[in-house]
Design a binder for this molecule. Structure first.
Ligand code: C2E
Ligand code: CA
Ligand code: CA
Ligand code: CA
Length: 281
């Protein structure tokens, strides 16, 4: 048993060591990822719940790592926040998403699309010149500000309020809309929420998961939906996987949703094909 314990410890130590090396490698590789052309975008439809029609899209980043293959954001966004590479990554995402969306809008089949949602990390938002960068990218891509929905987290709106709120107001004055992502997982108070310069609440998947099995969860989501209505905010439910979820949310008057029931995140070509837009040639 004693030697077993030793072996277990050694294994554990080696694993920790491997993990440290892996993180160090990822960290430096991330700095090269944008100039190295390694970032990709996937697009997940956002639908009108009563009709199921696709009205918008959320851009979701992936990293085509030269050795490890296609990585999801949960494997690198936190690291990129830590070493600051998220600023370059986020800038690339914004430009790529708006350029692609402007292309869809210009095509005959793209007129029904109302907006593109882009995630902005706290560090990226706070970086000097963020608002100017957004203005520039809009001008360069020919995208209209009304087409852009920026998704930020509750914690960004709660902390550092003065500068962040001023920037949010400036973005909204330009015609851009702001969503609070993963709403309900943070700590915003009701009175605070009513004053926040935002337009949309995105209800986190963790709230949707159990609505069919828990009357309490159902009531909670209903409360968020009616709260949004009272505050004249739009609301999008995320993580809709079952038709039962869709039906329940539609019945409580939740206007918009997103989830695997409608579509997983897919490539730009796939969205183009669904819109009847040819991308060859
Ligand atoms: P999020 O903003 O909450 O995005 C939704 C996530 O849930 C996406 O994961 C999406 O693929 C997944 N999802 C959507 N519908 C369903 C469903 O029905 N079932 C399940 N199980 N999952 C669903 P993804 O693409 O792995 O992104 C994870 C997170 O990474 C995002 O969560 C967002 O916080 C962050 N992220 C993604 N792209 C970017 C980006 O460009 N910049 C920044 N800063 N963060 C990003
Ligand atoms: Ca999001
Ligand atoms: Ca979300
Ligand atoms: Ca989420």
């Amino acid at each position: 048993a004693k030697t077993d314990g030793k072996r277990t410890w050694r294994l554990y130590r080696d694993e920790l060591h491997q993990e440290m090396i892996r993180r160090l490698e990822m960290r430096s590789a991330l700095v090269e990822a944008v100039p190295g052309d390694q970032m990709r975008l996937r697009y997940q439809p956002i639908v009108d719940l009563p009709t199921g029609e696709m009205i918008g899209l959320e851009a979701l980043v992936r990293w085509q790592h030269p050795l490890r293959g296609l990585l999801g954001p949960n494997e690198f966004i936190e690291l990129s926040e830590e070493n600051g590479s998220v600023v370059a990554i986020g800038g690339w995402v914004l430009r790529e998403a708006l350029e692609t969306f402007a292309g869809w809008r210009a095509a005959p089949g793209g007129g029904s699309l109302k907006y593109i949602s882009v995630n902005v990390s706290a560090r990226q938002f706070r970086a000097p010149g963020f608002v100017d960068q957004v203005r520039e990218v809009l001008a360069e891509t020919g995208a209209r500000p009304e087409w852009l929905l920026l998704e930020i987290t509750e914690s960004l709106v709660l902390h550092d309020a003065d500068q962040v709120w001023a920037d949010l107001r400036e973005l909204r004055a330009m015609g851009i809309r702001i969503a609070i992502d993963d709403f309900g997982t943070g700590y915003s108070s009701l009175s605070y929420l009513s004053q926040m310069p935002v337009d949309v609440l995105k209800i986190d998947k963790s709230f949707i998961d159990d609505i069919l099995h828990s009357a309490q969860q159902m009531a909670l989501v209903e409360t968020i939906v009616s709260l949004a209505r009272t505050l004249e905010l739009n609301v999008v439910a995320e993580g809709i996987e079952l038709d039962g979820h869709r039906a329940a949310l539609a019945a409580m008057g939740c206007p918009y949703g997103q989830g695997y029931l409608f579509s997983k995140p897919v490539t730009a070509d796939e969205i183009g094909a669904r819109l009847g837009i040819s991308t060859t040639g």
